[in-house]
Structure formats: structure tokens, C-alpha cells
Design a protein around this ligand. Structure first.
Ligand SMILES: [Zn+2]
Length: 490
């Protein structure tokens, strides 16, 4: 696992958690899925609606080709097989935010099926199977805090293209659920199909949770926790719900198949209603939308246009470039940062040194400025040059950090800064030996200490030499020379 397991999980529990996730992702199209209304987030309520997405009688939906393409793109990136036709069905239910009385969705023929996503350690990953990926329209949004004593509905979201991604119940802990979501979100970002902003509701999660005695392979009764909108809520809700179920079962009780709500404030799940079955929705093919063929060559074109996906990139960083899982996750999790890192590699930088610089110096600057990598003023080739100066021993690491600061501030070339400030490391043995001897003569007590077996005295002497050279001595060489002198003159 890439993320630490919270205290008190997995290990000592008598039960196993079984989780399947249904994730809803809003696609980033300019217009809605069946009409030309804009999809911009945060607009004045009910300012982005028309007769089609309000479901007025006599209107006809027209499929947004771009939404279909993005759905195929995401499904391919999730290793799915693609249906030969896109067929749309009506899911019938009544709810205030669903103005038509039905939602256009895909029932028996989801656009993608039988996919998977890998989680955990790239050297030994766990494959979470994806049952289906289908396209549907979003509903409106009920607002309970706009008018006293009343609820109002904003239909701007109604008709925004939505992808529903349903996993098999292969997830075995709350942490693994978070890991899966993190990877899923990265796939959405890398393929550009969604901005996957949980805080804006463009990625929402339903968790199907059950428990069973450790070692059992029988599935228990599932409860569904609806509409979780942060990774943290997902983890807490699964933990809570699993423990609740186990306590009911341990006390000899039975569980009901039901839908539950996560109460964020009290951190408990609360029963909402009996869980719906598919037949409750009376699905039938939408007579207004003809099935759209998805030609194999078109699908292959989309497949060929996919970028390197986060899973493959993460595997490459850990297995080929020898980065830690943690560093790989941080880089992969930020496509811009990963792009900069890739550019450093292309400019000849060594992978581990490059990762270390990006994740410490570069990231620290970005965080301090509250900026993204696009605003970072040092081009990758220039930073790669600085790393080379360190690697070749021309400047010390300490000096390199000073040079870096000046490069960021003034846009200077690293070589120019090194020359102007005289930072070139002293690697000339004869010159250093002179200073080493001077330091030894001036510090008889530490010399005696070292010879009496106190190793730490060496550190002091190294420090004195560095001070004499204003930090420019090659520290490795200073160490070697000091040891040499101290053992031979003894
Ligand atoms: Zn509309």
C-alpha cells in the first residue's frame, strides 16, 4: 500500500471489509450531453437551461458527440472493452431534482465493460476489476439553504454529461478504496475527460459496503452509502459502516439491504431507504435516441491518442527509475509537476536527483508562491544544468541551493552564478592539503580526541576546513585528506 494504514485497522480485526465503488464523474464538455446549454460551474442558478434539459414536452435530445468520445476515452484508459454501439435507456424515478421524471442512462449496454485498475505497490499490484463504465446525464441540484422553510432546485447541472464507473467488490479496506479513487481520479485528469474536482461535485462516490468473517468467501448483506464527496469521507464512512455492520451481526442481528447517508458532522451513517433494485426503475430504451455505432477504427484512433497513463508512469518511476512509491505518487498525482520532471530527464538529468529537486526545492517554491508549475521561472534545461554541476563535483550541494535561489530570482544561468560568486568547489588536492594542515596545527585538542578514538572530532575538523574555504571545499576530499593525515602522522 502506498498510504499508511490507520491505527487499529485490518490487522487485529475478526472481519474482512468488502467494498465496491460507484463513481460519478462529470465530463468536461463545453455543452451538455443532449442540448447546447453551457456547463460552466458556479453560474447563477437556472441560468444554463433550455427546454431540452428542463424536459419540456415536445423537445428532442441530440447526443453530444464529444461526450461520447470522452466516455470511450475514459473507458479505454480503464482497460475496458468497448461496446459496438452506444445505446441509451430511460431510468424512471421521481425526484424533485429530476425534472423529466426519468434520467437518460445506459442500462444493458454500458459503453465500456470488463476493465480494471491497479492499486498498491507497483512491484506487486492489486487489480481492482471494473464492471462497467456508462454515460448518463446529471440531474439538477436541490438547495436547502436558499429560502427559509423551502427547498429550491438549480437545474444548471441537469443534462451535464456524467460517467458512472462501477467497480467489482474487489476492494478490501477503506485505505484501498482511497487508493483506488486516487488512481481513478488521476486517469480522469491524464485523459482530460474531467477535472475531477470533488469539492465542486464533479467526482462523487457511492460505496457498497459489506463485511464477512475473516477467511470467508461468502458475500454479506450490502449497504450503500450515497454521495460522498471527499476521500476522507469515503475512508471514514467505510470504516464506520463496516464496524457498525459487524456489531449488528456479532449481536445476533440481521442487516437490511439499504441506502445510507453519511452524516459528515456526527461521523455516522444513517439509514435512508430500502436499496432500490434495477427493476424498480423500469428501464426501457429511449425512443428519442437511436443507437449510435462505435466503429472499431474510431475506437482504435482514440486508444492511440491516449497519453502515458498514470498507472504505467507510476510503475516506470518506481521499477525503472528507482524512485520511492511515495515520490512517484506525488509526481504522478500532479501531471504538471510530472511533466516538468520528464523534461528534466529529457535534458539529461539523473532521475533520482531530478525527483529530489522537484519534490523539495521546486515544490517548496511553488507552495510558497501558491503557484502551479506553469509559473515556475526556471526552464527544465537550466535546472538540469545545475544538477549536472553538482553531479560533476563542480559545486557543492549547499552552493547549488544558493545558485538555485538566484536562478529563480533573477533568471540567471547556473554557470554564470557559479563564476560570479566564486562557488566552484576546491578539488585541488595540493591547495586543500595546505588548508588541512593549517587546521590540524591550529586544533591540537580535537586531533588528540580523534586519535583517542572519538570519531565525532573528525566532523569538527571537516567543519573547520569548510569554514576556511567558505564552503567551497569538496567535502568528500576533505574527509579523505583529514583521515589520511590523522592516521599517518599518528
Ligand atoms: Zn439545455
Amino acid at each position: 500500500m502506498s498510504t499508511p494504514v490507520t491505527a487499529g485497522t485490518a490487522v487485529e480485526r475478526p472481519y474482512e471489509i468488502v467494498v465496491g465503488l460507484e463513481v460519478h464523474v462529470e465530463l468536461t464538455t463545453e455543452s451538455k450531453i443532449f442540448c447546447s446549454c453551457p456547463t460552466r460551474f458556479g453560474a447563477e442558478p437556472n441560468s444554463q437551461v433550455c427546454p431540452v434539459c428542463l424536459g419540456l414536452p415536445g423537445t428532442l435530445p441530440v447526443l453530444n458527440r464529444r461526450a461520447l468520445e470522452q466516455a470511450v476515452r475514459a473507458a479505454l484508459a480503464l482497460n475496458c472493452r468497448i461496446q459496438p454501439v452506444a445505446k441509451f435507456d430511460r431510468k424512471n424515478y421521481h425526484y424533485p431534482d429530476l425534472v423529466k421524471g426519468y434520467q437518460i442512462s445506459q442500462y444493458d449496454l454500458p459503453v465500456g465493460y470488463e476493465g480494471w485498475l491497479e492499486v498498491g505497490d507497483p512491484a506487486n499490484p492489486r487489480r481492482i476489476r471494473i464492471r462497467r463504465v456508462h454515460l448518463e446525464e446529471d440531474t439538477g441540484k436541490s438547495l436547502h439553504d436558499q429560502a427559509p422553510g423551502a427547498s429550491v432546485v438549480d437545474y444548471n447541472r441537469s443534462g451535464i454529461p456524467l460517467l458512472e464507473i462501477v467497480s467489482e467488490p474487489d476492494i478490501r479496506s477503506a485505505e484501498e478504496a482511497r487508493d483506488y479513487l486516487m488512481h481513478l481520479r488521476q486517469v480522469m485528469l491524464y485523459t482530460g475527460v474531467s477535472d475531477a474536482r470533488m469539492e465542486e461535485g464533479s467526482l462523487r462516490v457511492d460505496c457498497n459496503v459489506s463485511v464477512r468473517p475473516r477467511g470467508s468467501d461468502v458475500f454479506g448483506t450490502i449497504t450503500e452509502i450515497k454521495n460522498l464527496n471527499s476521500f476522507r469521507s469515503v475512508v471514514r464512512a467505510i470504516e464506520y459502516e463496516a464496524q457498525r455492520q459487524w456489531e449488528v451481526l456479532s449481536a445476533g442481528g440481521t442487516l437490511r439491504r439499504e441506502t445510507r447517508h453519511w452524516d459528515e458532522r456526527r461521523e455516522v451513517t444513517v439509514a435512508l431507504r430500502r436499496k432500490e433494485e434495477a427493476h424498480d426503475y423500469r428501464y426501457f430504451p429511449d425512443p428519442d435516441l437511436l443507437p449510435v455505432p462505435l466503429p472499431a477504427d474510431w475506437v482504435e484512433e482514440i486508444r492511440a491518442s491516449l497519453p502515458e497513463l498514470p498507472g504505467a508512469r507510476r510503475r516506470r518511476y518506481v521499477l525503472d527509475l528507482d524512485l520511492s512509491v511515495r515520490d512517484a505518487d506525488t509526481l504522478v498525482g500532479d501531471p504538471g509537476l510530472a511533466g516538468y520532471f520528464e523534461d528534466l530527464l529529457a535534458a539529461g538529468a539523473e532521475a533520482r536527483a531530478a525527483a529530489s529537486w522537484v519534490l523539495t526545492q521546486v515544490l517548496a517554491w511553488l507552495n510558497a508562491q501558491g503557484a502551479g508549475i506553469d509559473a515556475f521561472p526556471v526552464p527544465p534545461a537550466r535546472l538540469a544544468r545545475l544538477l549536472r554541476l553538482v553531479d560533476e563535483g563542480t559545486i557543492s550541494m549547499t552552493a547549488a541551493k544558493d545558485v538555485f535561489e538566484e536562478m529563480v530570482r533573477t533568471g540567471a544561468e547556473p554557470d554564470a552564478v557559479v563564476e560570479a560568486r566564486g562557488l566552484r568547489q576546491i578539488s585541488d588536492q595540493a591547495a586543500l592539503l595546505e588548508i588541512v594542515d593549517r587546521v590540524l596545527a591550529a586544533n591540537p585538542q580535537p586531533v588528540a580526541d580523534y586519535r583517542a578514538g572519538r570519531q565525532q572530532a573528525l566532523g569538527f575538523l571537516v567543519g573547520q576546513v569548510m569554514k576556511e574555504t567558505r564552503g567551497r571545499a569538496n567535502p568528500q576530499l576533505v574527509n579523505d585528506l583529514l583521515r589520511q593525515r590523522l592516521s599517518s602522522d599518528g
